[in-house]
Design a binder for this molecule. Sequence first.
Ligand code: NAP
Length: 366
Amino acid sequence: VILSPREAMALAIEEGRKGAGFVSPNPLVGCVILSRDFELLGKGHHARHGEAHAEINALNSVADKAHLEGAHVYVTLEPCAHEGRTGSCARHLATLPIASVVYGLEDPNPLVSGRGVEILRQAGITVEWFRDFQPELEELAEHFLLNQRLRRPFVALKVASSLDGLVALGDGSSQWITGEAARSHVQYLRGCYDAVVTGRGTLEKDNPRMNSRDQRFHSKRQRLVVLDPEGRVRFDGLRLLEVRSRGDIYWVTAPEASGEGNPGIAQLKIPLREGHFDISVLLSELMSAGLHSIFVEAGPFTASSFLAAGKVDRLFAFLAPKLVGRGLSWTSGLEIPSLEQALRLHSTRAQTFGEDLLVTGRLLWS
Ligand SMILES: NC(=O)c1ccc[n+]([C@@H]2O[C@H](COP(=O)([O-])OP(=O)(O)OC[C@H]3O[C@@H](n4cnc5c(N)ncnc54)[C@H](OP(=O)(O)O)[C@@H]3O)[C@@H](O)[C@H]2O)c1
């Protein structure tokens, strides 16, 4: 197959997505290699933190290395210059008889940005920045880019509501609003993040497992953060312990809450501000605990407190084609003083799952 540059970069993006959930804190990266005549020779992605980068996996997939003469490499992120755990990709590419490297995003780290390009150019390889698909390329690496820029975990918020924005009826009944296909996509999304975050209310009401039952993530640790200011939750007997060890639970309480009653479970003490956890402090503690991306799946209280703190980076709103009238809105704890100050999604996309609709987009905070 002959691919155009656009097709090659689109394929590299698709390839990069395959590492979702396993590369943190590295970025998702995909790579495609075309022959001198633009025939597809190989492709690869960064599959696991600490293992080979996308470029190396793509090169390894090329059966006949003689075809690398004059080849074109398409990679979603500037090849790395530094010798980390896995060696510099730019230096490795520089030893090959390839003609060009086309990259999607510059390395956001100002200390290394441009260095990979420099190494390749010095080796006589043509290097080009690919201007198209910037939104898709940025989305692919969004956890990493935000970690680098704001030094905190990337926060996604998932809600499932009726079309009129309600998560529960007046009588409190809430399961299930969305259908099977939407719920199974949520299983996938959970796996794409370092941890799921939920509130005491959801544990009490639904007793969920909150793990990813998508088979891609069977081997993955199912870390869960539970927000419980007064330290009231007793984990013994809850279903969430059926699918993870105690060591994978982060129990977040106010500093004055007693840590008793939950042996083997790490307590994270976070100060409260007007009855709510200080979300900035919480996020920096989670980052220090090695969680670089979180998937918030909780009730209106938690959802509203992350939104009000200006700390939701991506929203996944699953909308069931149902109208339920009076009930509990998932933003009930959010107050917006004027329409100009309404929270706004950018780069929105919609997708259907059975009869349900998923609207996703980025929230941007300076
Ligand atoms: N449709 C959906 O997507 C979805 C997802 C999950 C849950 N739900 C539904 O949501 C309902 C429960 O709503 P909810 O609002 O009570 O649940 P929740 O947000 O899961 O839990 C709220 C509780 O968690 C603690 N908490 C959460 N964030 C906090 C913060 N920033 N600061 C301090 N404490 C914090 C507080 O505990 P204390 O009360 O101890 O102070 C708070 O009352 C259930 O009906 C459930 O089925 C819907």
